[in-house]
Design a protein around this ligand. Sequence first.
Ligand SMILES: NC(=O)c1ccc[n+]([C@@H]2O[C@H](COP(=O)([O-])OP(=O)(O)OC[C@H]3O[C@@H](n4cnc5c(N)ncnc54)[C@H](O)[C@@H]3O)[C@@H](O)[C@H]2O)c1
Length: 243
Amino acid sequence: MTEPKVALVTGGASGIGAAVVHRLRADGWKAVVADIVVLAPGDDEIRCDVTSWEDNLAAVAHVEKTYGRLDFVHLNAGIATGEHDIEKLSLDRYRQVVAIDQDSVFYGLRAALPALRRAGGGDVIATSSLAGLTAVPFDPAYAMAKHAVVALVRSVGPVYASEGIRVNALCPGFSDTPIINEMRELLVASNQTITPVAHVVETVLGILASGAAGQAFLVGEDGKAVEYRFRGVPGPSIPLPSE
Ligand SMILES: NC(=O)c1ccc[n+]([C@@H]2O[C@H](COP(=O)([O-])OP(=O)(O)OC[C@H]3O[C@@H](n4cnc5c(N)ncnc54)[C@H](O)[C@@H]3O)[C@@H](O)[C@H]2O)c1
């Protein structure tokens, strides 16, 4: 009998993360929720403030202690500010959105890499957003943090791919979760497409199946994982120093 694969999902108590956890478990995975909201702490649920380096380390250690390995980390916790005017966004709220949406991905990736290596390779998916690929006048601070996630994924993707660790970004548009509650009426009134969460979950599975690394994926029709094609911006191509 083959051992089940093991996943850690931040922000797994709600929305996209909860749906991913549900699907992975239905597919035979062990999936551990790491969230600031904890309903039933135990093997499959740990309190983790993703803005804390120590909490990220503790979540990875908990998964390895409980299930002996880590194959997939979904760095998914996130918030929006709901503020379009950067002069009105308090600096505390600005630091909070950058901490939760951006620092958490750096911390989470860094904390997980040794465990993924110990497992002989694996996957990291960071939830960015369409806001990580395009201008978002209604929430510039959110867009800034989500762009940073895409930049990190694209920068490290080729590096860790050589170790069998695939790091990719998930870039959904408006999806039917509590994060859009405050703007839901406006979205409906302006005929915005609201993607069913089930489609976002399909995209996550599509990314895992793709074998890609360092890519940003859109949620295509019926959840098809669609690799975003970046324009060929000229950039530095400097070989990494060898160890
Ligand atoms: N729903 C959308 O329209 C949409 C679109 C694009 C990207 N996203 C991104 O998808 C991800 C998931 O969001 P969602 O739509 O499921 O929203 P959600 O509000 O349902 O879930 C977010 C989860 O993150 C958790 N969280 C918040 N702060 C945390 C912290 N400091 N530490 C640990 N966990 C924390 C919350 O408790 C919650 O469980 C986010 O990164 C969000 O930016 C969502």
